[in-house]
Design a binder for this molecule. Structure first.
Ligand code: KG4
Ligand code: ZN
Length: 330
């Protein structure tokens, strides 16, 4: 089954052609990061306008690069949420128009389900599985009994991990998106600042990162008032150590208690090198799969991967309507 998949939930305009949920025939990601970096974060209105400007070209390139004819496409899939509403609408309109014009069935895919299924492109998800979903907007532990069966075990009570990374980076005067830069600097520093490990001692699967973020902001402001310098690599290393201590421990707790066969690490923060290094060492008793970097941050291939299993189980919707549960967190 050849799926044309579309993702436009935030600031990446992406279209991919994926065969049977696995074989990525083409994968185009047009990032707007440079445009938003000057504002220190994604500006929703600018994001949706840029999707409008570029999406047709991205469709064309994905189809050309896949070396297929439009006739070869069996299904169109598009991210239906969660995400920035203006950005989502551009992808949804483009995908529904394409599907209508070419008489193709279409399905709407949850963005978070897409992040999880990114792991199924190069690996095979084994059930029961535990997904640690860490991105700019979400921090969740999800139990999967089988394909497309999700049970939320825990989530953040305030900031998402990626959001905390980006805000800490901004406080340290680093550019947007801060996650990759903090990750890079952390590898050059040492864990010397005393930062909290929120919720670490609780036997629950929820997270909290706003207190940790505030602790960094307070240390930086106090240092500024005393005219003292902050050692930026050491602060990045200390912040990253706190985050990883918490998310790895909670993942280990849930994986043990639910006796899962496999752990999936997904979402933009799954690109974190510190996380990728530590989690295999600290949970050696479980098989852990992580998508390669290309499929960690927002991309359409993951939507195609998820769409395949969703279609097999639930089919497409009639009348080209997407309908349904786009506001569901998972
Ligand atoms: O999944 P994603 O592309 O978009 C959302 O759905 O949110 O995730 C983006 C987030 C940003 O907060 C970014 O700073 C973070 O992922 N991120 C990282 C790394 N690469 C991206 N955070 C920590 N370390 C990284 N290497
Ligand atoms: Zn995402």
């Amino acid at each position: 089954m050849v799926i044309l998949a579309v993702e436009s939930s935030c600031d990446e305009t992406s279209v991919a052609v994926v065969r049977d949920g696995k074989e990525v025939l083409s994968h185009i990601i047009l990032s707007q990061i440079d445009i938003h970096a000057v504002f220190g974060g994604v500006v929703p209105e600018i994001a949706s306008r840029n999707h409008v400007v570029h999406i047709t070209r991205v469709f064309d390139k994905a189809i050309t690069d896949a070396n297929i004819k439009i006739d070869d496409i069996d299904l169109v899939a598009v991210t239906k949420g969660p995400g920035l509403i203006g950005s989502l609408l551009v992808g949804i309109n483009a995908a529904t128009t394409f599907a209508f014009a070419h008489q193709k069935p279409i399905i709407g895919v949850n963005h978070l389900v897409g992040h999880i299924y990114a792991a199924n492109i190069e690996h095979d998800i084994k059930f029961p599985a535990l997904a640690l979903l860490v991105s700019g907007g979400h921090t969740e532990l999800i139990y999967m009994k089988e394909h497309m069966d999700f049970r939320l075990l825990g989530t953040t009570k305030d900031d998402a991990v990626g959001e905390a990374y980006d805000k800490v980076a901004r406080t340290l005067g680093l550019s947007y998106p801060g996650g990759p830069i903090v990750d890079q600097l952390a590898s050059q520093g040492k864990d010397t600042y005393d930062l909290p490990r929120p919720f670490l001692d609780r036997t629950e699967y929820n997270f909290s990162f706003s207190g940790l973020k505030s602790a960094v902001i307070n240390l930086v402001h106090n240092a500024q008032q005393r005219n003292e310098a902050i050692n930026i690599p050491n602060m990045c290393a200390s912040f990253q150590a706190s985050v990883l201590d918490v998310i790895i421990e909670k993942t280990k707790l849930a994986a043990t208690n639910y006796n899962v066969s496999q752990i999936i690490v997904a979402g933009g923060v799954a690109a974190n090198k510190g996380l990728r290094n530590r989690i295999f060492n600290e949970i050696p008793e479980k098989e852990i799969i992580i998508p390669s970097m290309e499929f960690c941050t927002d991309n359409a291939a993951m939507i195609g991967a998820a769409a395949y299993h969703q279609y097999l189980l639930k089919g497409a919707l009639p009348n080209y309507l997407l309908g349904g549960d786009s506001t569901l967190s998972i």
